[in-house]
Write a protein that binds this ligand. Structure first.
Ligand SMILES: [Zn+2]
Length: 678
């Protein structure tokens, strides 16, 4: 077994956990939280009869990472450890797996499903677990899965039901939950403590040892002035004005400044309003304005050509023109396309931030220089553009930069698979790559080797993500650079986040200074409030869902407003997929190319894309279920709802104002293949 010794600050923070108290360990990124948790688990297994340790993580890749790097090396010899991710077969016999293992590492969703599943082979009770470890536990908040698991715990605790597992949370920062003043930040920390039913613990006696172990990078602000002239952006704004004039903006509606996040929020609302009022002119113009605004936002962070291409891509999609609005919008782009492209190519007006980013990178990279960096940007789109920029930039290529993209593992087409992710990180570790271009969200908890350069580019995140990013620069004399526009939003946010990080520290100190009695009383109070709050929310939801019968609601195509299905055609498959089971529905859609998801599923595989037969609007894709049923899986964001109370739109299926019944494969077969059942 691997040698097992904790640093003194780690020993200090696990002390209360060893005394079986519920605690949250607060240590910075790179401080060895997971190692501390393994230590607690080992001690727990050695001293507890019928011990059962469960480790919850919030991202699939962390299951294997924690298993291989931390838990197995230290516990694998003496105990049975089982990693269970959404992709492994163990999840189908999860109840059995929990019975047969000493330590289970899984995503929180798997445990939550098991807590609520009544089938014996899949069911698990909280009382089966003796130690529950929650990684990145600052996510135990509001409607997160972590909080759903902990809500089950808290409810049992308040009812006096025992036994319950010991809780051990791990976090690099609980954050302030949006609070800007100490008092509300304290409330937030207390809320997390209440949700976790835990006290929060940090090192008091070994602060300097911790600082030595986890050095902070040197932070620099690489500031650029706003460009004086921006003919490309001006031209886009001019086109937007023409759309404003054409659509005859409702007199009570004000749009904020073009090229801002606020404007985006406004046109989203405008689009919904157009749909509700059966006004295609407003709905479609708002949809296109959002694309133009997106181009302006890209123009602010990336190359002009990236902004141009995002628009071009949007207009290149084949669509059927239904009315004058479609003709106007299409013609507007076509008439201006050449001009826009010419302006985008004019390097005199190129985004100065890109030049600054280039010089920042060149200061750390060069022929013969060993450097390793991560460049963080906001969206998957922007990191793809940045990657393309690095690959085509001569100076950066001469400096020996070998870059690759790192995005989150997920189901969508633009996500990476877990294997691709692992390979990219391996190449980075081995030095075949020296620059990762990543979204801030993708890297939380990833085992990325020490870097000497972290650049945050065009990013607006909260203080937690910012702190985790800076924690990546751990090599000696490393640099953390913020490339931003003078007086711009990113810079303001960065400074705000620094302040919030400090505020988080102060809030935690306040909570730690509370007397045990006062802390416990407050925690119980917050827990009781949460239980009542959840009950009220639940009854509201039920009330909303029972407002209409499923067959009184019609589903409309969100683009052409044609009625295409009844609410009662929709069924919920495996608690996750909303599918249309009516065979007649086939007459309303056409199919496109085969969908590739880069991973496999137990009972189904993706088929072809599905779009509106009338107007080409994308709707979703076909699922082939158990090799027998072809079920169109529809995204509600592409549909509108006609209810007895009027037309409406929702973002998620779970918000529709009627009850969606569960899909039954038996019923489906009886309806569609009656001969087999004679
Ligand atoms: Zn349509």
């Amino acid at each position: 077994m691997a040698d097992f010794k904790l640093f003194e600050y780690q020993e200090e923070v696990v002390e209360r956990a060893l005394r079986r108290e519920n605690i949250i360990i607060w240590l910075p990124t790179g401080g060895g939280k997971t190692r501390a948790a393994v230590y607690v688990a080992k001690n727990h297994l050695e001293t507890t009869p019928r011990a059962k340790v469960m480790v919850l993580v919030n991202k699939v890749h962390l299951v294997d990472q924690h298993y291989n790097k931390e838990f197995k090396p230290y516990l694998g010899r003496d105990y049975t450890l089982t990693p269970v991710s959404g992709e492994s077969e163990e999840k189908d016999f999860f109840g059995k797996v929990v019975q047969d293992s000493d330590v289970i590492i899984c995503t929180a969703q798997i445990l939550y499903n098991a807590l609520t599943n009544e089938e014996e082979s899949k069911h698990v009770e909280l009382s089966d677990i003796t130690l529950l470890i929650i990684d990145e536990c600052h996510h135990t908040h509001k409607d997160s899965v972590y909080n759903k698991v902990m809500a089950c715990y808290v409810e049992k605790k308040l009812k006096g039901e025992r036994p319950l597992p010991q809780i051990l949370g791990l976090t690099a920062s609980p954050g302030t939950g949006g609070a800007r003043i100490l008092e509300t930040a304290v409330e937030h920390v207390l809320q997390i403590c209440a949700n976790m039913d835990s006290a929060i613990v940090s090192t008091k006696n070994y602060v300097s040892e911790l600082k030595k172990k986890v050095p902070r990078p040197i932070k620099t602000f690489d500031i650029v002035e706003k460009r004086l002239q921006d003919p490309f952006g001006d031209h886009l704004k001019c086109m937007m004005q023409m759309i404003h004039d054409y659509m005859d903006l409702p007199s009570d509606f004000r749009l904020r400044e073009c090229g801002t996040q606020e404007y985006e929020a406004d046109v989203v609302i405008l689009n919904q309003r157009g749909i509700r009022q059966d006004n295609r002119l407003v709905a479609e113009c708002a949809l296109h304005l959002r694309q133009y605004n997106d181009a302006l936002l890209i123009n602010d962070t990336l190359r002009m050509m990236d902004a141009y291409r995002s628009l071009e891509e949007f207009y290149n999609k084949p669509t059927t023109k239904l009315d004058g609005t479609d003709y106007f919008l299409e013609a507007l782009f076509q008439e201006n396309q050449v001009e826009l492209k010419t302006l985008a190519r004019d390097s005199r007006y190129e985004n100065p931030k890109m030049g600054k980013l280039e010089s920042t990178l060149l200061e750390q990279f060069g022929p013969g220089v060993e450097s390793r960096g991560i460049l963080f940007s906001k969206t998957r789109k922007s990191i793809h553009c940045l990657n393309d920029w690095v690959l085509t930039n001569e100076a950066l290529q001469e400096a020996g930069i070998e870059a690759a993209i790192l995005t989150g593992a997920g189901n969508g087409i633009t996500y990476m698979t877990q294997n691709e992710q692992a390979e990219t990180i391996r190449n980075f570790r081995e030095g075949k790559l020296n620059l990762l271009i990543s979204t801030s969200v993708a890297e939380e908890g990833l085992d990325i080797p020490e870097c000497n350069l972290v650049v945050r580019y065009g990013l607006l995140t909260n203080e937690i993500a910012q702190q985790q990013a800076s924690g990546r620069a751990r090599a000696k004399d490393s640099r953390y650079s913020v490339v931003a526009q003078s007086g711009g939003r990113e810079l303001r946010r960065e400074l705000t986040n620094e302040y919030l990080e400090e505020l988080t520290g102060k809030a935690i100190a306040k909570v730690q200074d509370m007397s045990l009695h006062k802390f416990r009383t407050k925690i119980t109070e917050l827990q009781e409030e949460a239980v009542i709050g959840r009950k009220i929310a639940e009854s509201r939801k039920t009330e909303k869902r029972s407002r209409n019968t499923a067959d009184s609601v019609q589903l409309l195509c969100r683009n052409c407003f044609r009625s295409v299905a009844s609410g009662s055609d929709i069924k919920l498959l495996e608690k996750a997929h909303y599918v249309n089971i009516n065979p007649e529905f086939r007459n309303y859609y056409k199919v496109g190319g085969q969908v590739m998801l880069g991973r496999t599923f137990e009972d189904w595989e993706p088929g072809r894309t599905v779009s509106c037969r009338n107007c080409d609007k994308d709707w979703g894709f076909e699922m082939k279920y158990k090799k027998a049923a072809v079920l169109p899986n529809l995204a509600i964001k592409n549909l509108a709802l006609e209810t007895p109370d009027g037309r409406t739109t929702v973002k998620k299926w779970k918000d529709v104002p009627f009850t969606v019944d569960d899909f039954s494969f038996d019923d489906y077969c009886k309806d569609n293949f009656p001969d087999l059942f004679d």
